[in-house]
Design a protein around this ligand. Structure first.
Ligand SMILES: Nc1ncnc2c1ncn2[C@@H]1O[C@H](COP(=O)(O)OP(=O)(O)OP(=O)(O)O)[C@@H](O)[C@H]1O
Length: 229
């Protein structure tokens, strides 16, 4: 049984009387510990697919099962709990809060947790692991793009999720910094995280175990690039 099972997902957006089919019958299966890159031209449905995998967006038809949980049969609250327990999200434009320091940004998800938990020590350790020692009290505007992305990665890791969902995480970075961020993802994958990443950059395929190519909302091809650990 696959860890993440995507079964015949379809999704359309309707604006006025114009209907756009964004995903058409998309199916694939992700094993635990795999690193998938979702690639395809602009507008092919990559971000929509990722938002459905993250249960932030509902498909019109089809199912997504994660660890045997049928995401869209869960209640709103159950789904929120699922996201908190299983998923870390990383976005292209970091989405850091400007009036919080690096360590406070990393701690944000812990504030939403139903039980009060203190993870300041872990937050500082994560920042250290990501090469940000000494920058814990800096505000986002005092950090470079690559540093802000690493804070966003630390924030995604603070609840110890099994799965990382990343949408163009290197899209706003120069190529050298982008490579450094990809090496962090490769290391996280080596340590067992299951990763699904949307990217335009096909050079990043060298870090992944699998690739899914989308075109006009359809799966063009899925490929095994190397064995997962
Ligand atoms: N909320 C929405 N309402 C209406 N149309 C949308 C919405 N979100 C996306 N679309 C449309 O759906 C199509 C697919 O968008 P999506 O962002 O999933 O593609 P993408 O492959 O991630 O593109 P890009 O690489 O440019 O980010 C596009 O034509 C987009 O304009």
């Amino acid at each position: 049984m696959a860890y993440i099972q995507v079964e015949s997902i379809s999704k359309k957006y309707v604006k006025g009387n114009v209907e756009t089919k964004v995903l058409k019958d998309v199916s694939f299966q992700v094993g635990k510990g795999e690193f998938w890159i979702v690639a395809g031209p602009s507008g092919s449905g990559k971000s929509t697919l990722l938002s459905i995998l993250g249960s932030l967006n509902e498909p019109d038809s089809g199912r997504v099962l994660v660890d045997d949980l049928d995401l869209f049969s869960l209640s709103h609250d159950e789904r929120a709990l699922f996201r908190l327990n299983y998923l870390g999200f990383i976005f292209q434009n970091f989405h850091l809060l400007p009036y919080l320091t690096a360590v406070e940004n990393v701690l944000l998800p812990t504030l939403a947790y139903p039980r009060k938990i203190s993870k300041e020590k872990e937050a500082r350790e994560l920042l250290k692991m990501l090469g940000l020692e000494g920058k814990e009290e800096k505000y986002p505007k005092e950090l470079s793009g690559g540093e802000q992305e690493r804070v966003a990665i630390a924030r995604a890791l603070i609840m110890e999720p099994e799965i990382l969902l990343a949408d163009e995480p290197t899209g706003n970075l120069d190529s050298k910094t982008g490579e450094e961020v990809m090496k962090i993802f490769a290391e996280l994958n080596r340590r067992g995280k299951t990763i699904i990443m949307v990217t335009h950059n096909l050079d990043h395929l060298q870090y992944a175990t699998h690739a899914l190519f989308l075109k006009d909302g359809e799966v063009l091809e899925t490929k095994t690039l190397k064995e997962a650990n």
